[in-house]
Design a protein around this ligand. Sequence first.
Ligand SMILES: [Zn+2]
Ligand SMILES: [Zn+2]
Length: 339
Amino acid sequence: MSSPARKRELGRGERLLPGVWRLRLPLPWPGIPHGNAWALAAGDGIVLVDCGMHEPGSFLQLERALDQVNLSVEQVKLLVCTHAHSDHYGQAAEVIARSGCELWMHPNYEHMTSYAADPEAALEMRIEIARHCGVPQEPLEQFAQSRRGQGSGIAGVVLPHKQLLPGVQIATDVGTWSVHETPGHAPSHVSFFEPDHRLLISGDHLLGRVAPFYDYGWSPDPVGEFLNSLEVVDRLDARLCIPGHGRSFTDVHAHVVANQTLVAERIAKVQAAIARRSRTVVEIVPEVYGEPANAALGAWWMLETLAYLDHLALIGDAVRDGGDADLSEAGKGWQWRAS
Ligand SMILES: [Zn+2]
Ligand SMILES: [Zn+2]
């Protein structure tokens, strides 16, 4: 299937600090044109933090970005992944094949291995969830059609040589980084902190832009996990945050507060939407985001709203009914109400 022509970004490398380079790698997603990998000087080589998504020609972009800052993939002594999403882990197999490096990653990566093993089954699961959310048949089929056969963005599954858990240290010329579990965005998410310069490598947990995303279906309460993980990074008192997308930023505490505020606002809107009667997720979405779900962002909004509802159910503020009804009929599916 041919995709509409779009101006693709190229891989770009730039120095952020002595011994820290940003590798800006293109992504095929609307609204998210690129992601960051980071190279950290380590003796005669580098530690690579994340490695970009796998798609045709993508490895050349990583090589291009490294070359712009006089580095090469052969210099990678260690690959660490902030989490196992395709845009951070996708090229791990190729990096390892080329450099012979080790991969360190958090052990809760099942969300990636099951997705990589069968992307079509993962898509079917999402469609089933959307049906339960009250999405009518026609837009659902359009969504499925647009996604089928897109591939996983993962070159191959390689399992970590070492588990990135608290207590593990990553030695670089910049300093020694500690590992902090920050699930919520993804169950495999970790952040790294270097105390001498108070640097935080935040992956997708904390970005310059406040845009929460929860990898739905792998843990009972990703929203609760995310809120807890915000406190984890806030306590580190970082001076500079080095994120998985976009530019690095100071005011780390202000970014934590902005995320907490937005999540609290959205949860309050979800609660208001189910206060008086039972609603489906599709009915709740416009009251949270100010407009009905659209093709570009509908799936994202639905899963985010569902994550808030699960969170409310876990703390005893919401109940879910139904789900066994005839789902082919529009408006059927899970009904949520306040309890
Ligand atoms: Zn991610
Ligand atoms: Zn990402």
